[in-house]
Ligand binder design. Structure first.
Ligand code: PHE
Length: 458
């Protein structure tokens, strides 16, 4: 077995895990989902889920990764009791990683395309209506979108082929820091725009009746909040577990999980603070879905001194945030091939390069050539892929990790706790045993079932 690569530093580990967590989920998906499900009340539920569902499950994923020193494809084999079938979920995790990439690479490509548009100065002195049209025009052009998707995939595989420390870890540190700083600048600009107050109220003043406004009612909204909580933290498909396999037992895992969750939440909340004031200021509909940030942000840059420059930087950093997530998931995908079939790194990179390009096509085509395709209650190709991942594979996969770590038919509570607590730092609270063993799985299953019933019976 090959010697496992290790991170250069603790900060490297935290930043790369945060890099995997922080991505389109925070800056693209969080604002549009929040806009669709009614603002502040939805945000509160989402925050609650991060704390009571996300955080404990993140510790579990890291523990499984660190104890097995393997990716999700093989980690269950290594830890499960003899004769059990937990390892079958390895396939679920693989499916989740691939399916996520199937639409994520396209949105990553949108970020690059917008970087280019900003550099070109396409949005200098234009109206909000022009900015909206420009996005729709992009969606209508499969070649243009396909081009940026391909560039995204190529760049990310190139980084992965350079290995963990030189490629992923180094680039990531710089980019994440730049992104955090720029986000703060943009928050200041956005909340001081004329007409910002209305958007701020939508985002910050909870109106619980809004949760009932979704087609499927209250539980559709709660289901969506749960999906977003798992999505933003990258839970359920072993995406974080793999980084657990790249660290030693110097630090206990609970403290690390808290840092990562805080960073991730900070970025999401800040992007809301950028987007919603801008929506009310420029008359953009906050509930319009995936286009949201692409039709609001260029307006803000238009109102800023040096907006073209800041806008270009923003989309560049954002592309990198997306890339750090894509690269993390590619790392996973690559390790599947190496762990399962014993392929060399090179062979699995080449195979996956083509495979990921192939599975990314339907999402691109879904906006134009296949725009007639639509699933009732869900939507087009991208909506469908997102639904399968965020509302199904992530919560159910999280459930698998949860049961694996708490059940004596799995890896078991004692093993989990020993691994999670190994090293200096915060320990996992022992008193939570009953909660994580019985209550937490019940919550996830209940919301899942009710969400389905309401969403599809509406
Ligand atoms: N957390 C990532 C984001 O917010 C998305 C992701 C989900 C990555 C699941 C890996 C696994 O963009």
């Amino acid at each position: 077995m090959r010697e496992r690569e290790k991170f250069g530093s603790r900060l490297g580990f935290i930043l790369i895990s945060a890099g995997c967590a922080i991505g389109l989920g925070n800056v693209w998906r969080f604002p549009w989902i929040t806009g669709q499900y009614g603002g502040a009340a939805f945000v509160l539920i989402y925050l609650l889920f991060l704390l009571i569902l996300g955080l404990p499950i993140m510790v579990m994923e890291f523990a499984v990764g660190r104890a097995s020193q393997l990716s999700a494809a093989r980690s269950f084999h290594a830890l499960e009791p003899r004769g059990t079938k937990w390892h079958l979920y390895g396939y679920g995790a693989m499916l989740g990683n691939y399916m996520l990439m199937a639409f994520y690479t396209t949105v990553g490509g949108w970020m690059l395309a917008y970087f280019y548009k900003m550099v070109k100065g396409e949005f200098v002195n234009v109206t909000p209506a022009y900015i909206g049209d420009s996005f729709n025009q992009m969606l209508g052009n499969p070649l243009y979108m396909g081009f940026w998707m391909v560039v995204t995939v190529l760049l990310c595989f190139a980084v992965c082929s350079r290995g963990l420390r030189n490629g992923v870890e180094k680039i990531n540190k710089v980019m994440m820091t730049c992104l955090l700083v720029l986000i703060l600048v943009l928050v200041v600009r956005s909340v001081t725009l004329p007409g910002a107050a209305e958007g701020l109220a939508f985002y910050l003043k909870p109106d619980f009746s809004k949760l009932y406004e979704a087609e499927g009612g209250l539980f559709e909204s709660i289901f969506a909040a749960m999906g977003q909580a798992f999505f933003t933290l990258s839970l359920g498909i072993g995406a974080l577990a793999i980084f657990g396999s790249y660290i030693d037992q110097d630090r206990s895992l609970t403290g690390e999980a808290i840092s990562i969750t805080l960073l991730d939440t900070f970025v999401a909340l800040m992007s809301g603070l950028i987007i919603f004031p801008a929506c009310s200021s420029f008359g953009v509909d906050a509930g319009q879905g995936p286009a949201l940030i692409f039709v609001t942000l260029p307006n803000i840059f238009n109102q800023m001194a040096g907006g073209r420059f800041w806008g270009a930087l923003f989309f560049l950093f954002m592309a990198f945030a997306a890339f750090s997530t894509i690269i993390a998931v590619f790392e996973n995908i690559i390790s599947f091939g190496m762990d399962l079939w014993g392929w060399s790194r090179k062979k699995t990179v080449v195979f996956n390069l083509f495979f990921v390009l192939l599975i990314s096509l339907p999402c691109v085509l879904g906006f134009n050539v296949w725009s007639g395709f639509s699933v009732p209650h869900i939507g087009g190709v991208q909506d469908l892929e997102d639904f399968i991942v965020s509302n199904n594979l992530l919560p159910l996969g999280s459930l698998v990790y949860l049961l694996f770590c708490t059940s004596r038919y799995g890896w078991g509570w004692d093993n989990f706790l020993r691994e999670a607590d190994a090293g200096d730092g915060l320990k996992f609270p022992k008193g939570l045993r009953i909660y994580v063993t019985y209550v937490l799985p019940a919550i996830v299953l209940f919301i899942f079932a009710m969400g389905y019933i309401q969403k599809f019976s509406a």
